[in-house]
Design a protein around this ligand. Structure first.
Ligand SMILES: C[S@@+](CC[C@H](N)C(=O)[O-])C[C@H]1O[C@@H](n2cnc3c(N)ncnc32)[C@H](O)[C@@H]1O
Length: 154
């Protein structure tokens, strides 16, 4: 695929989110990276309901922790950090083929220091009502992946 995207979930906690994201990754031929610890077993029945039917076909890579993930990153790999706290809109970001789209865990999001260290490649998806704390993780991933594909070509 021309986009050749990577979706990175940092310590995901809710199996149905990861299941849905796995399904999206297969549909878009993106690689799913799961950075441990996970908040569930990969065989969990809720994950199964959400997408594990497809799991065997999915290109999924598990990493013991963030440092282990970093060691697998090719030199100069384009990374994009998704956070509601980022300054830049994702509309402004020019996605590159092979990008690593990085998302935080459901309860806490990405660590603040990670967002600050990567302020230039951290983006937010706009929200227009302050009562909404954040978007659902799998919704945020869908928006990001399809924006990258829109830019990079199908
Ligand atoms: C449920 S949210 C985490 C909420 C967490 N309480 C926080 O303050 O970030 C899970 C992940 O979805 C992504 N996400 C959710 N809403 C977003 C937004 N408006 N812009 C960018 N990313 C978002 C981020 O990667 C976030 O870490």
């Amino acid at each position: 695929m021309p986009h050749n995207l990577n979706v990175v979930l940092l310590e995901p906690e809710i199996p149905s989110n990861t299941g849905s994201i796995g399904r999206l990754c297969l549909a878009t031929q993106s690689t799913l990276h799961l950075v441990e610890p996970l908040g569930f077993e990969i065989t969990d029945s809720r994950l199964k309901r959400a997408g594990l039917d497809y799991w065997q076909y999915l290109n999924v890579v598990r990493h013991a922790d963030w440092d282990a993930f970093l060691k697998t990153l090719p030199a100069g790999a384009p990374c994009v950090f998704f956070s509601k706290k980022a300054q830049r809109h994702y509309f402004e970001h020019r996605f590159a083929p092979g990008s690593y789209l990085i998302f935080g865990k459901e309860t806490l999001g990405l660590p603040e220091d990670l967002i600050q260290q990567h302020a230039e490649t951290a983006v937010r998806i706009p929200q227009y009502d302050d009562r909404v704390r954040s978007l659902n993780l799998s919704n945020a991933v869908s928006i990001a992946v399809y924006e990258a594909i829109r830019q990079l070509g199908v």
